[in-house]
Design a protein around this ligand. Sequence first.
Ligand SMILES: Cc1cc2nc3c(=O)[nH]c(=O)nc-3n(C[C@H](O)[C@H](O)[C@H](O)COP(=O)(O)O)c2cc1C
Length: 319
Amino acid sequence: MNKEKPVESGKVKYYLAPMEGITGHIFRKAIHDHFGEGIDKYYSPFLVVHEKIAISNKELKDVLPRNNEGMRLVPQILTNDAEGFIRTADYLTKLSYDEVNLNLGCPSKTVAGKGRGSGFLSDITGLDGFLYRIFEGCKCSISIKTRIGIYDPEEFKELISVYNKYPVKELIIHPRVRYEYYKGCPHRDIFFKYMEQSLNPVCYNGDVFSEKDIDELTAGTGNRPGAVMIGRGMLKDPSLIRRLSGGKKYTKDEIKAFLNRLISDYKYELGGDKQVLMKLKELWGYLGQSYQGKEKVLKQLLKCTTLQELKILQEQMIG
Ligand SMILES: Cc1cc2nc3c(=O)[nH]c(=O)nc-3n(C[C@H](O)[C@H](O)[C@H](O)COP(=O)(O)O)c2cc1C
C-alpha cells in the first residue's frame, strides 16, 4: 500500500474520483502510467457489503494491491450497515489499506431509495449512530464523500455538525443535493460557507474542468480546500490534473498510446471485443466533448458496432 505523500504547504492535492463502471483498476492503472503526474490519490468505485462473503471476486480484483501498484488507492464502501462496513474495512485493512471511504453521495434510485449513498442523508439520527459505531470499530482511517442534502442545500448545516463529531480523515464534499443528480451548477457558495465550519480537512468535488475552475476554488485569502477531487474532467481530458499541476495538455501520440493501452488491457481482462467496445464508447462520450468540429465523426463513433470500426474512427477524431 502506497503511503500518503507529504504535500508542500499551500499546494492543492488532486484526487481521481470514483466512477462506477469507468475508473476500475484497468483505467486507473492506465491513467497512473500515462497521466499520473500530480495525482495524489485514487478512489475505487464503491464496493458493497455482502452477507456471506467479505468481498466479491470482481471487487477483490479491483482493489488487489498488485493491480494498483505505485498509486495510493482508497477503497470506497457503500452501505448503511455499520457491522458490514466494519467487516469490509477490516478485510481491506488486511489487504494493507490504511484508509477507506464511505459513500454518502450516490443519488441513484436503486441505491439512495434503500437508504444508502445520498439516501442515508435523510436519516440524520441513523447516520450519527452509524458513524459512532464505525469510528469506534474500524482499525483504519475513514474518509467520507458526501452530498449536501436531499432537497435543500441548507440541510448541510446539520450534516456538518454531525460530521464534526468524528475524526474524519477527509470530508469530500460534492455540493449538490440528491435530487439534483449531476445537473445544474454545484452550490459553491454553500461549500465555502460550511467548509469554514468543518473541524475535519475538506476536499472539494464537482464540475472542475479547467484552470479557471481551480482558480475560483483556490484563489483568495479565505479558507480554501486543501484538495480537489476530479471525475468527469479527467475523462474529458485525461491530462487535466497534470495541466493543473503545471504540466502540458496531452499530445496526439500520448492520447493514442493511452487509448491503445486501454484497448489491450480491457481485451485481456474482459475477453470479448463487444465489452471492450462498450468501455471505449463510454469513455469517448466524455473525451469526445473536447474535440470541437468533430461532432459528426464522434456521432459515428458512438454508434459504431465493432472494435475495428472504433479504432478507425478514433484515429479520425484524434487526427
Ligand atoms: C458514471 C459515474 C459513476 C460514478 N460512480 C461513483 C462511485 O462509485 N462512487 C462515488 O462516490 N461517486 C461516483 N460518482 C460520482 C463522482 O465520483 C463525482 O462525485 C461526480 O462525477 C462529480 O464530480 P465531477 O464533476 O468531477 O465529475 C460517479 C459519477 C459518474 C458520472
